[in-house]
Design a protein around this ligand. Structure first.
Ligand code: SF4
Length: 366
């Protein structure tokens, strides 16, 4: 017997009753709920994990150690092909200078993100990460790679994902984040980054990372040409994957956080126009409601500037204050180093931002 589709009232009842919503419910919510309604529902789910006025933030820098890349994603304004003018690789000394500057500004988290550079051997990475751990100890934590880079490096070194994860772990790595996911549908990847990995590969690599005892996160980027259905598919795959991780004892909480940012279209081959902040906020809210198994939902100051703080009213509970990320800056992102001013925006919205130190030995945060 066919069952009638849920009405908006049914979906609301489900969320208020802590019941999980389906992909169909999410689609209906997206098209049918007002901004106020979706925001209110997201805040109800947020309240399961966080007190109403609490939020956390980190001061961090992305270190783009090389811009040489063979993946040729059409949404990227950052990369240079091997041999092309303007390609670079940072030395350890150049990386240290960036990390010293981060510490001097009060930050303690670096995220490494670069291209798929065929001329960089695995030892470049392992030596760098080992040297960072030796030089900075527990004063600074780092997200060593994104999953996309991790997969490329493993393939390039002819290692399976489990062996690659162990190699990085032995070099002092604790985190490999979920970056490079963009929109996790096979069709999106065929359209825009056909030399990157399949969605199945992505999750296989992330499973190996978690199994090795490393920590990881979920990410997403919206605002390319993806459909709402593709966005929901991404959320659904993420939720299913987290369910699988949480069903295995010892997986350390699985995906520690979900960060969504927005595509910057300037100087890219794909081009396009930026989505409105209001659309981003609705998507954050939908993410909070749908991802009922990920406690930390993060809003993106890097791509939405101060308006990202409104995400705290749409279900998010955490944000970064970034001091550099060349990948998004090349495509139009702007960085504001007036941290007090940004934090004041959060306070004016009724939140009490607390600094979240990732650089602590026993931390479970991300
Ligand atoms: S997004 Fe990353 S993988 Fe894709 S071209 Fe740019 S640097 Fe390379």
């Amino acid at each position: 017997m066919l069952t009638a589709p849920c009405t908006l009232a049914d979906i609301r009842r489900k969320i208020v009753g802590h019941e999980r919503i389906s992909s169909e419910d999410a689609l209906r919510l997206w098209h049918g709920a007002s901004d106020a309604e979706i925001r209110d529902l997201a805040m109800q789910v947020r309240a399961r994990f966080h007190s109403p006025s609490a939020c956390t933030y980190m001061l961090m820098r992305i270190v783009n150690y090389t811009n040489v890349c063979v993946a040729q994603c059409d949404y990227c304004a950052f990369y240079k092909l091997p041999g092309q003018d303007g390609g670079y690789v940072l030395s350890q000394e150049q990386v240290f200078a960036k990390l010293d500057e981060l510490l001097a500004l009060g930050g303690d988290l670096a995220g490494f993100n670069g291209g798929f550079n065929p001329h960089l051997p695995l030892n470049y990475y392992c030596d760098l990460f080992r040297a960072i751990r030796e030089r900075y100890g527990e004063r600074l934590e780092f997200y060593a790679l994104t999953i996309a880079e991790f997969m490329y490096l493993a393939d390039h070194a002819k290692l399976d994902y489990a062996a690659a994860a162990e190699r990085f772990k032995a070099a002092g790595v604790r985190w490999i984040t979920g970056g490079g996911s963009e929109i996790l549908t096979e069709d999106f990847r065929r359209r825009h980054s056909k030399f990157k990995y399949t969605v199945a590969d992505y999750f296989e690599a992330q499973r190996a990372i978690v199994a090795a005892g490393l920590r990881t996160t979920a990410t997403m980027v919206v605002g390319f040409d993806e459909t709402i259905e593709e966005r929901i598919e991404h959320l659904d795959r993420t939720r299913q994957f987290q369910d699988q991780l949480l069903s295995v004892p010892g997986n350390n909480g699985g995906l520690v956080s979900f960060l969504c940012w927005t595509y910057k279209p300037y100087f890219t081959q794909l081009g396009g126009i930026e989505i409105a902040t209001s659309e981003y906020l609705r998507h954050l809210a939908l993410g909070r409601i749908y991802l009922d198994n990920i406690p930390r939902i993060r809003t993106s100051v890097l791509t939405q500037n101060e308006r990202a703080l409104e995400g705290l009213l749409y279900g998010a509970d955490d944000f970064d204050l970034p001091i550099e990320d060349e990948v998004t800056q090349k495509a139009g992102a702007t960085i504001n180093l007036q941290f007090d001013k940004i934090l004041q925006v959060a306070r004016d919205l009724g939140f009490t931002p607390t600094y979240r130190h990732v650089a602590q030995p026993q931390t479970v945060n991300a």
